[in-house]
Design a protein around this ligand. Sequence first.
Ligand SMILES: [Zn+2]
Ligand SMILES: [Zn+2]
Length: 312
Amino acid sequence: MMHLESSSAKVEQQFYQAVERSLEKRPALETVIKPFAAVLVKRASIVAEISAFMQPMDMDRTADRLASGVPMVTDISLADWKMALEKTLANLMPVLNRSFPNLKADFSAIEAAIKNGESDLSILAKAYLEGNCRVFQSSVQNIVGAAGALGFVVNWTLSAVLNAARIQWENAVDLSSWSKGYCPVCGSLPAISYLSKPNGPTSEFLRGGGGQKFLHCALCGQNWRFKRNRCPACDTDDKDNRIYYREVGETSERFDACRHCGHYLLGIDLRENNVSASLDMAAVGMVHLDILARGKGFSPMTWTPWNRIDEG
Ligand SMILES: [Zn+2]
Ligand SMILES: [Zn+2]
């Protein structure tokens, strides 16, 4: 228990250092960075708490499925996670209300519908994960006016539970050979890519002078290796279709976009600063690039609670 407390205090401290850095760099983003930072910190402590009691998943067929490109949570029922999801929602609600007071009425309606059994959070989470609009829409009809807020709430809740599950599986499953553009754990497309220093003395990547490229899933927190010159969304490696944008004077933050499929992805270079407290926090501090990329007609690869904040 002592270990858990001290490590979550450390996580919190790292978070707030990252927040300070982001605010220093872009004071104009304060109204975005602060509310999301508060929820991200809360999510990290919930993840540590629920991973201790969550039901472990049956891993029998996992290796075979992964070998054929099937993410781990595909086809599983989330019914076993219902308790974890409900507990997470209850723990998140106060910070969501504080951070996003404009959505308070919608949040209350959603919480009430789940508490009185009108909506089942595990079914909503499953529908969200699969992008199953029909199930999601019919649930939303019961919660009038709350469609946007429901996606927001379900994303945060599912995200905490998937992060906890991912941590439980971390040592049980080898994901090092995964080479797809989508997440090996939950199947989502990445929210941000990053370059890190090559590991080990014999790395072939040293010869290219670059770092290793990784993709980060904002829903479950998984990071995985990916080829540097390939689009995670459509898999093209045609360099004529790839463009990137970086602000003048900015060396470590950019977005890459693909003319072939019309998607963009934020990217951060971590070769200089070894440790990043939270890639999600880094992505929140880059929403100005999201706005810019969408202004140029590109779409994000995945929806995150923060990347379309300007669309209200
Ligand atoms: Zn994922
Ligand atoms: Zn593409």
